[in-house]
Design a protein around this ligand. Structure first.
Ligand code: IPE
Ligand code: IPE
Ligand code: MG
Length: 242
């Protein structure tokens, strides 16, 4: 494999972690078993991101649409989030990882919200890697909440009306939950599904996409490095002529 250090490393890599249920089913186990194993893949990807110099790693852990899954799976997933955060946070902190959760936090339980706040506060000054977990997130929801806050600012600040009316795309970026975070350079989706499933619709406008048949619990260091190598060979033109 090529030495990635000498190639183009994406600043922000995002993962649509898919295929946990199928991974478990293949082994005759409950779906939640696949979610447990998927946490190991997140750990491996965090380590790889640090090793390769990726500055932002984000993972799509639970979509707004995922609330429509059977209640027992939703409860198990939320419990797993709390457990995984509690178990991993000290090590992440020691390794210089800044931890963030982005999404519709109003829909999360008190226990989970408390744990998220503690973890975000503990790691807020870390600079090696920013790890973002998208929880109860969807791209359309993000754009809608941004539009609502933009409209509210217009009403609350008549003196800024002209500035707000004429602001460009970068101005609107600040209303999205990802304000201040660079758009993903590379979005990886596992499990052979070739769709975006309402993920980073605005922020992924110029991302490179990498699709793999590997199920998320099997996506580890080698698979991540393979995706990074593929990315390093892509030619990004952003609409220009090269
Ligand atoms: C991804 O795996 C995890 C979440 C969406 C929470 P899935 O649970 O979607 O697994 P499959 O796609 O059913 O195999
Ligand atoms: C996308 O996976 C959401 C997450 C990975 C959190 P899904 O399994 O929910 O997506 P669909 O339903 O196959 O599009
Ligand atoms: Mg799925």
């Amino acid at each position: 494999m090529a030495d990635l250090k000498n190639d183009k490393i994406p600043v922000h890599v995002s993962m649509i972690m898919d295929g946990n249920g199928r991974w478990a089913k293949e082994r005759g186990k409950e779906r939640v078993y696949g979610h447990f194993e998927g946490v190991e893949s997140v750990r491996a990807c965090v380590e790889t991101a640090v090793e390769e110099g990726v500055r932002y790693l984000s993972v799509f852990a639970f979509s707004e649409e995922n609330w429509n899954r059977p209640q027992d799976e939703v409860v198990a997933l939320m419990g797993l989030m709390v457990k995984a955060m509690a178990a991993e946070m000290e090590k992440l902190n020691r390794n210089g990882v800044r931890f963030m959760v982005l999404g519709n936090r109003e829909r999360l339980g008190d226990d989970l919200n408390r744990t998220i706040d503690e973890c975000m506060d503990m790691t807020k000054d870390n600079e090696t890697l920013t790890l973002i977990v998208f929880l109860s997130y969807s791209g359309k929801w993000d754009i809608l909440q941004a539009a609502r806050r933009y409209a509210a600012d217009m009403i609350a600040h008549p003196e800024k009306r002209e500035e707000l009316e004429t602001m460009g795309v970068e101005g609107f970026d600040k209303y999205l939950v990802t304000a201040g975070i660079p758009d993903p350079d590379l979005i990886i989706r596992t499990s052979g599904e070739h769709r975006i499933s309402n993920y980073l619709l605005w922020q992924g406008a110029y991302s490179e996409y990498f699709f793999t048949d590997v199920l998320w619990p099997d996506f580890r260091k080698q698979e991540f490095r393979q995706a990074l190598e593929t990315y390093s060979k892509r030619d990004r033109r952003f609409g220009k002529v090269k």
